[in-house]
Design a binder for this molecule. Structure first.
Ligand SMILES: Nc1ncnc2c1ncn2[C@@H]1O[C@H](COP(=O)(O)OP(=O)(O)OP(=O)(O)O)[C@@H](O)[C@H]1O
Ligand SMILES: [Mg+2]
Length: 148
């Protein structure tokens, strides 16, 4: 999937929100400035959560309520191990929420039996972003069909 502008990325996130269910784990990868947080902003808008979704880099995790499902947004950039993720002591039941983790590859997979990994690549000469979906387990392979 090619996302040419920031608006495209927001819109794609909102479309992704439509297929999300309680207990879902979504892992976002891609370099600094790829658009991971931008995608989460779209997911938040699609879920209808309250409050702006901003980069959680300095707080590690934020819970956004008020939408169809609670959205838990984690930036694992500064976390070195699963133990540190587990220690965040999120004030929310993940089974009832959607958990979206930036920089979570290799750290958070054990939080759920299934997950959707989303890789975002950025072009060097334009704003274009390329999104690739990697469904692992559960029924993710079927659920991503409307998103490709
Ligand atoms: N097509 C696009 N999709 C997403 N963001 C875009 C696009 N074109 C330009 N941008 C810009 O790229 C930046 C993406 O920043 P964002 O914080 O979402 O990246 P990130 O992957 O979360 O970075 P970090 O690893 O630092 O958390 C924003 O400044 C946004 O305006
Ligand atoms: Mg970010």
């Amino acid at each position: 999937m090619i996302l040419r502008t920031l608006d495209d990325t927001h819109a794609y996130g909102a479309k992704l929100a439509n297929v999300l269910r309680a207990g879902d784990l979504v892992v976002l990868s891609g370099p600094l400035g790829a658009g991971k947080t931008a995608l989460v902003q779209g997911i938040g808008a699609g879920l209808g959560v309250r409050g702006p979704v901003v980069s959680p880099t300095f707080v590690i995790a934020r819970v956004h309520r008020g939408g169809r499902l609670p959205l838990v947004h984690v930036d694992a950039y500064r976390l070195g191990s699963f133990a540190e993720v587990d220690d965040l002591d999120l004030d929310v039941d993940l089974a009832d929420s959607v958990l979206v983790v930036e920089w979570g590859t290799g750290l958070v997979e054990q939080l759920a039996e299934a997950r959707l990994e989303i890789a975002i690549e950025r072009a060097t000469d334009s704003d274009e972003r390329t999104v690739t979906l990697h469904p692992y387990g559960g029924d993710w392979a079927n659920r991503v069909v409307p998103l490709s």
